[in-house]
Ligand binder design. Structure first.
Ligand code: SAM
Ligand code: SF4
Length: 450
């Protein structure tokens, strides 16, 4: 098993490093080629304020070198809150509130996706509880219908672990990233938190990304649910998970999420091992430096102010406008929320705040559709080839947003972001092609990308 509990416990309890050791690890990190687990552990143990500041700045620099200034925005779409598992922290768990359950019909899923499209989103993440009545056939039908009947350009999926054949079906439906969080990599805590249902099986969950890659998913999304166990153990295990995928398949995790435990109806009364904001920032920085090619995703579980800080610590993706109950966007009847969110702003406001931070919001979906996925994506990012595409594609998505959604008060900040993005495109060939594509958008063409 690639999660070596003993070794990770040892690394997770490492004392604060000597300055020279921390600086050595930071120097290695600044090459943007990733870190060993040992080096990641050294940086995760840094507390001294000056060194911690340097850690965050190094992560921000590496992020900019790899992906430019762009921050990708997306929204989750909850399909069903029926669940047969007993996860103690989740509002959807079986045995909790059984009254407000809802599984969207395929038509309702399309209505929800259409509502997100009308806000300006191009990329969505389908999310669902685990119940065989709404299993793989249902999920695949929703993915296909959303592609066929809406303008959403990429559909990612966070769904319970499944076998390889089901993952092949999911891949064949056109799903982009397959995402599933291990919650905690610490087996005894995992077993305590998941007392019944299929999710009880730690190994089945841990193995799902191997199965996903075998099933043809180049891009997989992993993450710990922070707060269940010692964050250092879970953060290092997450790095270890990605290193394992890289070693075995040549591709790192495409995304790493950093969900922190939130209050949920019938959930845990207290957070077992609270993670502070400062710790969360350091976790993000260590993920960025350990796996420079990964998208690091900060959700609306976190407040607006902290999310603004996380995008300067290495995070590259933000969800926005999120509702965690099925039917939450199109205003159909109320149903059970998975957990309460903190950042309730709409897409336009989140875009504006990203611009105010000096960064460039992006609604890009290019890589999945241009074939830059899996091994190819990891290789290109490590070689420093992605930045020029990311920046140019961000500009194109903003231009399109400006043309189609300009009535919502964000015009000035979107124009500012376009100017800043254009100024940052250095490659002359891309610059010329970018001008042509922008002109095509103005003439009514859509979906222009590199
Ligand atoms: N049901 C599937 C599963 O568990 O894999 C898929 C999606 S689940 C709805 C999405 C994620 O939400 C879980 O993997 C967990 O990390 C997170 N989550 C659950 N309860 C939470 C809570 N109270 N606060 C924050 N995140 C939570
Ligand atoms: Fe069900 Fe997922 Fe919630 Fe667990 S985390 S109760 S599997 S929806």
């Amino acid at each position: 098993m690639f999660i070596d509990h003993e070794n990770i416990e040892r690394l997770a309890s490492m004392p604060e490093p000597k300055e020279a050791d921390a600086l050595r690890a930071l120097k290695a990190a600044s090459m943007a080629k990733g870190l060993s687990l040992e080096e990641a552990a050294i940086l995760l143990a840094v507390r001294e304020p000056d060194l911690a500041g340097l850690l965050i700045r190094t992560a921000a620099e590496v992020k900019e070198r790899v992906f430019g200034k762009r921050i990708v925005l997306f929204a989750p779409l909850y399909l069903s809150n029926y669940c047969t598992n007993g996860c103690k922290y989740c509002g959807f768990r079986s045995g909790g509130n059984e009254i407000a359950r809802k599984a969207l019909s395929v038509d309702e899923a399309v209505t929800e996706a259409t509502a997100l499209e009308a806000m300006g989103f191009k990329r969505i993440l389908l999310v669902t509880g685990e119940d065989p009545r709404w299993g793989i056939d249902y999920i695949v039908s929703c993915v296909r219908a959303i592609y066929e009947r809406t303008g959403i350009r990429i559909v990612h999926v966070n769904a319970p672990p499944m076998d390889t054949d089901s993952l092949k079906e999911l891949k064949a439906s056109g799903a982009g990233v397959y995402q599933s969080f291990q919650e905690t990599y610490h087996r005894p805590t995992y077993e305590d938190m998941h007392p019944f249902g299929r999710k009880k099986d730690y190994s089945f969950r841990l193995g799902v990304m191997d199965r996903a890659m075998e099933a043809g998913f180049g891009d997989v999304g992993i993450g710990p649910l922070l707060g269940l166990y010692d964050y250092r153990f879970d953060a290092l295990s997450t790095v270890s998970h990605s290193l394992h995928l890289y070693k075995k398949f040549g591709a790192h995790a495409h995304t790493i999420s950093i969900p922190r435990l939130r209050p949920a109806e019938d959930g845990l009364k207290d957070v077992p091992m609270r993670v502070t904001d400062q710790e969360l920032k350091r976790i993000v920085a260590v993920f960025r430096l350990s796996v420079p090619s990964a998208g690091i995703v900060a959700s609306t579980r976190e407040p607006a102010g902290l999310r603004a800080e996380l995008i300067h610590a290495g995070a590259t993706q933000l969800s926005a406008a999120s509702r965690t109950s099925p039917g939450g966007y199109a205003g159909t009847e109320a149903s059970l929320e998975q957990f309460s969110t903190t950042d309730h702003r709409g897409l336009a406001e989140v875009m504006k705040s990203v611009v105010d931070e000096g960064l460039i919001p992006s609604l890009c979906t290019a890589c999945y559709r241009a074939g830059r996925t899996g091994v190819d994506f990891t290789g290109r990012t490590v070689a420093g080839e992605m930045e020029k595409f990311c920046q140019a594609n961000a500009v194109l998505t903003l231009k399109e947003y400006l043309l189609d959604f300009c009535g919502n008060g964000t015009r000035e900040s979107v124009e500012r972001a376009i100017d800043q993005g254009l100024a940052g495109v250095k490659d002359q060939g891309i610059k010329k092609a970018l001008a042509e594509k922008m002109e095509a958008l103005e003439k009514g063409k859509r979906d222009q990308y590199f």
